[in-house]
Write a protein that binds this ligand. Structure first.
Ligand SMILES: Cc1cc2nc3c(=O)[nH]c(=O)nc-3n(C[C@H](O)[C@H](O)[C@H](O)COP(=O)(O)OP(=O)(O)OC[C@H]3O[C@@H](n4cnc5c(N)ncnc54)[C@H](O)[C@@H]3O)c2cc1C
Length: 378
């Protein structure tokens, strides 16, 4: 089949990879002028690395393996600890923090040079009995048998299918940086998640001496941005226990980006006819569980497998993909809507759940999030 993909982010590149391997003719249209070279790190959990493995994408030598996540109170007491290495051993796939541009690079490795057409902003899509047509900002058009909207949380393809107003602001946003901060944690495989009255702070090594650090704060789209975000973060979080003050002392304004989060109610039927959506276009959610990109990879994987099944009517395969994804995505999305600062397990309860009980709990929870058989049977 001739398949058009709108957007060359994690989802667009992953789905193109899988479909090309199955012998489809694929063209990807990306509005940016060139492949992404910046961006912060994302956490790719075992379900994401399992999909990447199946797509022939290795993360060896990139980013940093995460073996443990400690949840702390703002005064430094341990709420609970998750042994990710143990779970990864059970699943067979590790969890990694990886800079986004490295992930894009790895997803692009080995793909034909002319697969992605850059500088092509899709403005509208139409379909009829015979196929689909995408129209771009420069007035050109492309036609195919199917169209996949992988164009992220401001998706034009979703707007065509669902109309306006389906995505709402969440209650919080994130100040985030990925920078060379020389504290002990940067050289480890440990991820800290610290929560308190003022918000939440995440710290995670990103490989190559980089530390990914972020602060989640209450936010609404009408809030004015602080004149000096770093001064505001130091005022708000500077009294928290080590290593938060050290991170804030070493950070610079240039490292910082702000993301106001959004959310949409997941739909059972996402697309229509010969058009479907994957990734944030279908399920925009805050990064509370760090599953947005992982679920996007799962979308790409499931959609690719559905389309290998053949049959006369491709629309039937697209609806089968959407049906398969719905239970997983709706669970993740509902959980991700919560502000991480509200996820405050009292230290005593955390200590009452022994680590030996946590791995099976984490495994069971992870199985509900994933479609990948290797993990579901773990
Ligand atoms: C602060 C923050 C932290 C996060 N951390 C994590 C994490 O740790 N783990 C995790 O799994 N997820 C994380 N996520 C979520 C993750 O980034 C997204 O879920 C993921 O990038 C979605 O991939 P996508 O391909 O659907 O969209 P995107 O990666 O946004 O890609 C969409 C692409 O489409 C292009 N595009 C848009 N409109 C058009 C158009 N009209 N025409 C052509 N091209 C177009 C864009 O330029 C872009 O390249 C985080 C998100 C945020 C904001």
């Amino acid at each position: 089949m001739e398949i058009l993909v709108i957007g060359a982010g994690v989802g667009g590149l992953a789905v193109a990879r899988g479909l090309l391997a199955e012998g489809h003719r694929v063209r990807v249209y990306e509005q940016a002028p060139a492949r992404r070279t910046g961006g912060k790190a994302v956490l790719i959990w075992s379900n994401g690395t399992a999909v990447l493995n199946d797509l022939g994408v290795s993360l060896d030598g990139a980013g940093c393996r995460i073996d443990r996540i400690d949840a702390l109170t703002s005064d430094g007491r341990l709420r609970t600890s998750m042994n990710i290495a143990h779970a990864a051993g059970r699943f067979g796939f590790e969890t990694k923090a990886i800079p986004r541009h490295d992930l894009h690079q790895r997803l692009s490795d080995g793909l034909p040079d002319d697969l992605v057409r850059y500088g092509m902003a899709c403005q509208s899509v139409t379909q009829d009995e015979g196929g689909v047509t995408a129209t771009f900002a420069d007035g050109s058009t492309a036609t195919g048998d199917l169209l996949i909207g992988a164009d992220g949380h401001h998706s034009v393809v979703r707007r065509h299918l669902w109309g306006d107003g389906s995505v709402q602001p969440a209650t919080f946003g994130t100040w985030q940086g990925l920078s060379p901060i020389d504290i002990d944690l940067t050289g480890t495989n440990h991820h800290l998640m610290i929560t308190g009255r003022e918000g939440a702070c995440g710290l995670m090594p990103g490989g190559d001496g980089l530390l990914q650090w972020w602060f989640d704060v209450r936010w609404s789209p009408t809030d004015p941005q602080p004149a000096s975000p770093l001064a505001e973060l130091r005022r708000r979080f500077g009294h928290w226990a080590s290593p938060v003050p050290e991170v804030l002392a070493a950070a610079t304004e240039e490292d910082l980006n702000f993301f106001g989060h959004h959310w949409n109610k997941v739909r059972e039927v996402v697309g229509e006819g010969r058009i479907t959506l994957i990734g944030d276009a279908a399920h925009t959610m805050p990064p509370t569980l760090g599953q947005g990109a992982n679920q996007t990879l799962e979308d790409a994987w499931v959609l690719g497998r559905e389309l290998t099944k053949g049959g006369d009517d491709p629309a039937v395969r697209l609806r089968a993909y959407e049906k398969a994804r719905y239970p997983h995505i709706s669970l993740v999305s509902r959980m991700a809507k919560r502000n991480p600062a509200n996820l405050r397990i009292p230290p005593l309860i955390g200590r009452l759940i022994p680590e030996t009980a946590q791995t099976p709990l984490l495994a069971r929870f992870s199985n509900r999030l994933t479609e990948v058989p290797a993990l579901q049977s773990a």
